[in-house]
Design a protein around this ligand. Sequence first.
Ligand SMILES: Nc1ncnc2c1ncn2[C@@H]1O[C@H](COP(=O)(O)OP(=O)(O)O)[C@@H](O)[C@H]1O
Ligand SMILES: [Mg+2]
Length: 344
Amino acid sequence: MKKLRVLVVVHASLIPPEKLEGYSEKQIDEWRTEYDVTSTLRKMGHEVRCVGVLDSLTELRTMIADWKPDIAFNLLEEFDGIVTYDQHVVAFLELLRQPYTGCNPRGLLLSRDKALSKQLLAFHRIPTPQFTVFRRGTKFRPARKLRFPLFVKSTVEDASLGIAQASVVDDVTKLKERVEFVHEQVGSDALVEEFIEGRELYVGVLGNERLTRLPVWEMVFGSMPESLPAIATRKVKWDKKYQTRYGITTRAAADLPPGVETQLDKMSRRIYRALGMSGYARMDFRVTSEGQVYVLEANANPNLEAAEDFAQSARAAGIAYDELLARLMGLGLSYQAEWRAYYG
Ligand SMILES: Nc1ncnc2c1ncn2[C@@H]1O[C@H](COP(=O)(O)OP(=O)(O)O)[C@@H](O)[C@H]1O
Ligand SMILES: [Mg+2]
């Protein structure tokens, strides 16, 4: 690949240092993804600069105007603490006619809003758990059409924010409690879905028009107590001690029921297109013991840490980490943003 000027766009508190020496594991964990990406891009010979974004776009704009990066490597997941605002930053890049990695603003908007994306998926007859939305500020009514156990989560948050064992509810009292928790503590509308018991599978996709599907990855819940529902709570996803204690890990899915892999492949591609995604994404699925597949959500711009699922599953497909980053930049450069039709 030609040597590029790469502007890595990160959260202002996550600008990684050049070297890891002198930092504790805990400190490194905060910006490991940012470090993995910038250090690997540098090793590949690219000219790399980092810009931190908090609540202003001035510095980003100045860097783009003065330095003229070939590509912005987008690692931003929020703007001013608001997770749904990352799409506006990407829209800003597009208005500046700045090529960027990852998903376009429309795909970000459609996939981030879980209720909206489920409506779109339902239109395309892509199976997703039955659901209803409890808006903030409206009176609670029992969800009569849904069958318990139910699962309560935020309509927009990710990384399992607000997800704990108490998210699985068996009766109306518990449902009301958890809906109020999401409204008050998480600060968003609540999405209530039928609880799908089964294996949890992740499928990575990259591409704009032509799509590459990565090997099916599985969240293995290890020896978590039988009494606890096997779900990816915040602890399961992020607490390393907890993961070691119970043998929680992710790995290539083995022994899938017949036909499931083909279904996952087809569904992942259809979801990607239905939600207008580009760049790269990871779909979360559950498959029941009868082999019925449901999509839980589509994640645009999934975590790119070298040791996390997306990069790991790429590696399993023979795509090394540096090659993966190169492909994501290639996709960013070739993405046919609206402005290209007018200005080339
Ligand atoms: N309907 C459901 N049935 C069973 N488990 C669910 C359901 N919805 C979510 N979960 C569990 O909660 C986790 C997080 O939910 P998800 O919708 O993927 O949100 P996030 O954006 O936080 O990853 C999932 O990985 C899964 O383990
Ligand atoms: Mg998820």
